[in-house]
Design a protein around this ligand. Structure first.
Ligand code: DWN
Length: 413
């Protein structure tokens, strides 16, 4: 079964929703194509964001089978230098805040990707275990001497591991949003954790998505889009509480959430602070999302008009970065290989392949033609600052960037 329609909210089980944004039928955004696959027809699925009318949790109800999404995965944590830096600080922070005082601490990361974070935690002489469903990524992680179980995380995996050893710290970064059955997931985490263990996870913050119009981060892998208020009620059902939250700038704005069994830790001011920011922005008001929907359709029109004008002025427009989110934007705005000549990307796994739905060839940035009037549509806009710093020569030679989110605009030297 490749696809199913969910009927109940993943956090509160309510069955009343409001459709917030319909991005049309799209291919899954990490299904990059080989040259031979170009002639085949592509599987497309509805991509629609809903809000639960009871707890206001944002989620997809069109669920694509996780084996189809994750068994051979193109996203490599280590392909992005800014993320490697982010995970270095993350590892230092976990050691200082949670692991330093522990005797022989044990850390488990669910969705450990290529082991980038666990490799940095390992340096603190901490026992680590990765759980990663994608074969290609588990293989890379093991090469870095990270004990890695190649499987999806579920209650059976949790039972087997917890019989051997319980964890002081369970991590899950950009994973919770990918989980269809969150209740089974958290029951599994509870099995892994020592009584005073801590569950730390990082997820894109739904507030940033709505506020900064980050509609391209809505894709089939991302089933849930989290805010603190609905999460707090959900954790309460499991005798868990959020005792700290930190806002991070990566991936368009994420929250790092610290959870433990009730009364293990003093609840920090950061929790109420972020809840009030969510409330003040109207994250629990349907009107907020009706405005968001109109803003996205306006953004699409402005971007397409800008591109049309740039093409008319004989500019060469190419895609800069081939992130999963880039494919959502390209398919929703109908920007295909007739508009973008190619896309450059540093991920070797993606080079030589083609984007799903729009069939644009992905090239190594070293092969970017040195021509005048080159304009890079910055699909990897979440790394704008780092990329501009690295591409000063491109800008000095007259190159420009077209930043699509939150308002389409040109950046030049
Ligand atoms: O949730 C997820 C997020 C965390 O990462 C995953 N489901 C999938 C993935 O989403 P993404 O593909 O949108 O992630 P990135 O990290 O925004 O992708 C950036 C892309 O841009 C990569 O393919 C690498 C490329 N890149 C580049 O070509 N030049 C990145 C940088 C920094 C560069 O200088």
């Amino acid at each position: 079964m490749m696809y199913k329609l969910k009927k109940n909210c993943r956090l509160c089980s309510n069955n009343k929703f409001e459709l917030i944004l319909d991005l049309g039928k799209q291919p899954t955004s990490n299904s990059f194509l080989t040259k031979n696959q170009l002639k085949n027809s592509e599987k497309k699925f509805p991509l629609r964001l809903y809000i639960c009318k009871k707890c206001h949790h944002l989620q997809l109800l069109d669920v694509v089978d996780k084996k189809y999404l994750f068994s051979n995965y193109h996203y490599l944590t280590s392909a992005n230098k800014p993320i490697i830096k982010h995970f270095q600080k993350y590892a230092d922070d976990m050691y200082k805040k949670i692991l330093k005082e522990k005797e022989k601490p044990f850390v488990i990361e669910i969705g450990s990707n290529d082991g980038t974070l666990l490799k940095k935690i390992l340096k603190y002489k901490v026992d680590v275990l990765g759980i990663e469903p994608a074969k290609n990524l588990a293989r890379i992680s093991r090469k870095s001497k990270i004990k890695t179980q190649n499987s999806f995380f579920n209650i059976d995996t949790a039972n087997k591991i917890s019989k051997m050893k319980k964890a002081d710290l369970v991590l899950a970064n950009n994973v919770l949003g990918h989980i269809d059955n969150l209740d089974e997931f958290i029951r599994g985490v509870l099995k892994l954790l020592k009584d005073d263990g801590v569950f730390v996870f990082e997820v894109p913050h739904a507030l940033e998505l709505i506020k900064k119009l980050e509609f391209d981060t809505i894709y089939h892998e991302h089933i849930s889009y989290f805010s603190l208020i609905p999460l707090t009620k959900w954790f309460n059902k499991y005798n868990l509480e959020i005792f700290n939250v930190e806002r991070k700038i990566v991936h368009g704005g994420t929250i790092r959430v610290f959870v433990s069994r009730k009364n293990n830790f003093k609840i920090m001011k950061s929790v109420d602070k972020i809840k009030s920011i969510e409330k003040n922005y109207g994250m629990n008001k349907l009107q907020t999302y009706r405005i968001f929907q109109k803003q996205i359709y306006d953004l699409k029109d402005v971007l397409n008009l800008k591109i049309k004008k740039l093409k008319k002025e004989k500019n060469i427009i190419f895609g800069y970065g081939a992130p999963a989110k880039g494919n959502v934007l390209l398919n929703f705005c109908k920007i295909d290989n007739k508009i973008l000549e190619f896309i450059s990307d540093t991920t070797v796994l993606k080079q030589g392949k083609y984007t799903p739905g729009t069939k644009i060839k992905i090239i190594n940035p070293d092969n970017l033609p040195k021509k005048n009037k080159m304009i890079g549509l910055l699909l990897a806009w979440n790394y704008k600052n780092e990329i501009i710093k690295n591409e000063m020569k491109f800008l000095k030679n007259g190159g420009k960037f077209l930043i699509p989110i939150p308002n389409p605009r040109i950046i030049s030297k």
